[in-house]
Design a protein. Structure first.
Lengths: 252, 252
């Protein structure tokens, strides 16, 4: 219950920036971090380009408690994440003995040759520890405060599940949503007033648009449950008051 | 046809980082940029926090031809993008006369009061020009090389459509995809060889996973159509050769 734990995410891959692959990992990590009480503060998507990865990684790992990366840890020539992370940490990228054994055993069982290409998946920065991969064996890895995981969502999610129990979590940021049938023009002023009355909460307004009309989802966030409850009640009362027919009540 | 035009995207909003809203704009912008020949090089997602927005915006606007932002331009207290962009550019954030007229007319036609809250949507950095909003009137804006647009996908897409004809575009990066029924362990080495033979292309391998087996989408990118064609043919020939039954041909 002591303090705030933060995280950043680094999504690595030309395929996301070209639109060829639509990211499915940002939303998943955001959901999971919120659920366990870690504040995801920033996400960066960078290309398969060593200087870009190194710069972004060094910027975010200095700033947040944890960094989670996805993408670029396969066996092909365009998978350069392990090399880039090694450069960022100033350590050699080398074949990890345990990963070599894991992969050799797996290929041996399946009667498949353990080629040089496949051996690339056992490369990681010196000093890194494994993140188990229950889907396709080749491990991710963890060095310093950085967790390096696969980009394929099924594998990313399985690796993240293995990492979660090891993370320090902060006081969970609780949230409560209040549905508002009104657009932001209506609720803006009274909502700002409530935000001022409850400075220990974060009150967000998220406009939604459907069939030509707006409504808003109002979300109250707080680390203290009683504070959350008080602010949520104030927002609900505001919405109810706006619903009551009054001559100066404008719906839009 | 002269040179390369680059872009970055800045997604602004606590709701994306908390997982409450799943981003739908990154993939759309990526698709559109690729289609018109602008290289999307980086995406950042930051919170509704002025220093975070200012720092990220100043970092990317110095580095890329264009910056596109989404989110935080509504009328509520948590919509601080216009203020943050003004701080980044070192200019005052003020009520724009034309935006005020647009909004006043729109509310007047609909018989809705043009409140102080609604007037917030007419605020923009001094010197900014409008990006028309055919969906909900309140304009986005353009200052320097930065295009500030709504986060609601329907409005973002409409605003982006209005911006596109004004952009300088580079030599389009063409792409061709080759389906490989083999996992990356099989195609890794021959693909790296082809990449070396065609240095003016970018060859990517994107592993896909379904029902316990891997396949890969191999994507060749080049600015020159003949170079693209030659490299694509080499990749196709490699896949065909791997398909031919040979005793040293391992499928996995």
């Amino acid at each position: 219950m002591d303090g705030i734990v933060t995280a950043a995410m680094l999504v690595i891959g030309d395929e996301i920036l070209s639109g060829r692959t639509k990211d499915r990992n940002i939303g998943h990590l955001a959901d999971v971090m919120t659920a366990i009480g870690i504040d995801l503060k920033e996400v960066r998507v960078v290309a398969d380009d060593e200087p870009a990865i190194v710069d972004a990684l060094n910027a975010v790992r200095a700033q947040y408690t944890y960094v989670f990366t996805t993408g670029g840890i396969g066996p092909t020539h365009d998978d350069i994440t392990a090399d880039a992370v090694s450069v960022a940490f100033g350590v050699p990228c080398e074949y990890d003995a345990r990963a070599m054994t894991l992969l050799a055993d797996s290929y041996s069982r399946r009667g498949i040759e353990f080629t040089e290409t496949r051996k690339r998946m056992a490369r990681m920065p010196r000093g890194a520890t494994h993140i188990d991969n229950p889907v396709s064996v080749a491990p991710g890895f963890h060095i310093g405060n950085v967790y390096v995981m696969a980009g394929v969502p099924e594998i990313f999610q399985a690796m993240l599940d293995n990492v979660l129990p090891t993370l320090k979590t902060g006081t969970k940021l609780l949230s409560a949503a209040v549905h508002s049938p009104f657009g932001e023009g209506v609720i803006g002023a009274p909502l700002a007033k409530i935000q001022k009355e409850f400075p220990a909460t974060i009150i967000g307004s998220y406009p939604k648009f459907r069939d030509g009309t707006f409504w808003t989802e109002l979300v109250v966030r707080a680390r203290d449950p009683q504070m959350l409850d008080s602010a949520r009640k104030a927002v609900e009362a505001m919405v109810e008051e706006l619903k009551a027919p009054k001559e100066d009540n404008q719906l839009a």
